[in-house]
Write a protein that binds this ligand. Sequence first.
Ligand code: IPM
Ligand code: MN
Length: 355
Amino acid sequence: MKTYEIALVPGDGTGPEVVAEGIKVLEKAADKCGFGLNFTRFDLGGEHYKATGEILSDQTLAALGRADAIFLGAIGHPDVKPGILEKGILLKLRFHFDQYINLRPVKLYEGVATPIKGKGPEDIDFVVVRENTEGLYAGAGGVLKYGTPDEVAVQESINTRKGVERCVRFAFEYCRGRNRRKKLTLCGKTNVLTYAFDLWERVFREVAAEYPDIEADYAHVDAICMWMVKNPEWFDVIVTDNMFGDIITDLGAMIQGGMGIAAGGNINPAGVSMFEPIGGSAPKYTGRGVINPIAAIGAAQIMLETLGERRAAGLIEAGIMKVLREDIADVGAGRMGHSTSEVGDLVAAHVEAAA
Ligand code: IPM
Ligand code: MN
């Protein structure tokens, strides 16, 4: 029997609560499909940092590197200055493992309310492929004369031919495999960011020539924001840089029902990938059992898909869909009509009962 080594990073706030529900459902899906999962827990995050002063050791990185995948809850702590944990843990893991794709499905499930009037599940079903290791996130730049009236702050966007091309290629392949509208939209800003997005656009057009079955489309990021709200049905797969991807996927999360639903994968197709609900640690809800674990369960689903366990992933998605359609009153924190663990139990029961 194939057994996968899964590294767990439950992290801060409500992270551990939702990861527990993900595990519950993963175990049922693995039993059902005849593979094993071996979980190893790593205590990373704000509490660990406050207690030990350690953010992420080389030893922990090496241990994580031996896993088949990483399942992460949330990173972020109200007592720790913004940036320390995000850069020291989340971004560090993305960069260290060269997880160059951030895959974020934006799919409205039946039974979930979208704030967009007149749009339903048939209109909102696309995927954002966000470059995940470069751009403004690369950390290039610096500060001069800090704290003085002459202060200069420079933050540069790094776009490498190799980094852009591997991301664009992934997006074309993904679009082909999805086999839906077969349309890939490059989200850029070629009218202003004429160096970075000129590179993106040239690479995009070049690679597009190898994919005649896919419609290669372009839109500026500001227009994408309008259309994601006004005509979300226009999109199938969107590919974009790190910063724009960060922004438009929060917009995407809102139109698919919110942070209780939205999940993503940080993927290195040839290495260790990491899966997470895209919401934060939600300190004010911690320990109350009110957070919706569907986002974490959805991250578990994307993890199994990426590991090649498509049937198990399909069972989890079917379970999620059934729960959203039949069991949950509302997807928002405290409004589900069920506790966090009850929602996990419901999805797990549907997975178990599947034919
Ligand atoms: C995300 C988050 C992170 C990001 C933060 C927490 C560093 O917003 O995964 O989208 O900006 O990538
Ligand atoms: Mn974000």
